[in-house]
Design a protein around this ligand. Structure first.
Ligand code: ADP
Ligand code: MG
Length: 224
């Protein structure tokens, strides 16, 4: 599929506050952000600037106070909990710093878990993911028998197996050494380009941010 410029994600005027010690702390104060299909964007910002909050809202894991999030032309605020869960399952890939593989499942079963739940298992794409991620010799192992870099490659494969519209990653290489982080990110970027999905990745690292198409910075509650 040609990537084109179809927006995978459109965020406008997004606001979110947390109540802490009797006070409302405004974390997001009108965030605007668009990610096109086939585009990879690094989201940077100092610790506590609201990067994870923004990703959680986009994933529909928490509700915004105002503004709009449009995924594939659908506004999240128009969906109930079940609708948001279905959208997350069918259209989003999520990768976190802590890998979050299922310990009781083999690499093979971890890889197909998401796509089977979503009813989108594609054996040909699965085989290609295994090959490109270099996981063929690890399929029968369990997560605890893998290195951090190997675990994150499985997590990326799992997230991309259903061919999501948008891959969201929150400091996905934060637990990896520099060399492994570069390798894993290069793989993720190439696979994202192959699927034509959008990619939004939170990172602290200017070096890693430079590997993506574009960088945006969250500061004082807005993306300037
Ligand atoms: P980042 O990912 O950029 O480090 P976060 O989005 O995790 O930032 O947090 C942004 C701010 O919101 C921080 O000040 C944090 O303490 C606060 N915060 C995050 N989640 C909650 C929550 N569930 N309840 C109260 N405050 C929160
Ligand atoms: Mg964070």
């Amino acid at each position: 599929m040609a990537s084109g410029n179809r927006p995978a994600l459109e965020v406008t005027g997004l606001r979110k506050s947390y109540r802490s010690a009797g006070e409302d702390i405004a974390v997001l104060r009108g965030v605007n952000l668009a990610v096109a299909a086939g585009e990879s964007v690094a989201l940077t910002g100092e610790s506590g600037s609201g990067k994870s909050t923004l990703l959680h809202l986009i994933a529909g894991l928490d509700a915004a106070d105002g503004g709009e999030i449009i995924l594939d032309g659908v506004s999240l605020s128009e969906l109930g909990d079940a609708g948001r869960a279905a959208l997350r399952r069918d259209r989003l890939g999520l990768v976190f710093q802590q890998f979050n593989l299922i310990p009781s499942l083999t690499v093979s079963d971890n890889l197909t878990f998401q796509s089977r739940i979503a009813g989108r298992h594609d054996p040909k794409w699965h085989d290609e993911l295994v090959e490109r991620l270099g996981l063929a010799h690890l399929l029968k192992r369990y997560p605890e028998q893998l290195s951090g870099g190997q675990q994150q490659r499985v997590a990326i494969g799992r997230a991309l197996a259903p061919k999501p519209l948008l891959l969201l990653a929150d400091e996905p290489t934060g637990n990896l050494d520099e060399e492994t982080a570069d390798e894993v990110l290069a793989l993720a970027r190439d696979l994202v380009a192959r699927t034509g999905c959008g990619f939004l990745m939170v990172t602290h690292s200017a070096r890693l941010a430079a590997l993506l198409d574009r960088r945006v910075n969250l500061h004082a509650g807005v993306i300037a």
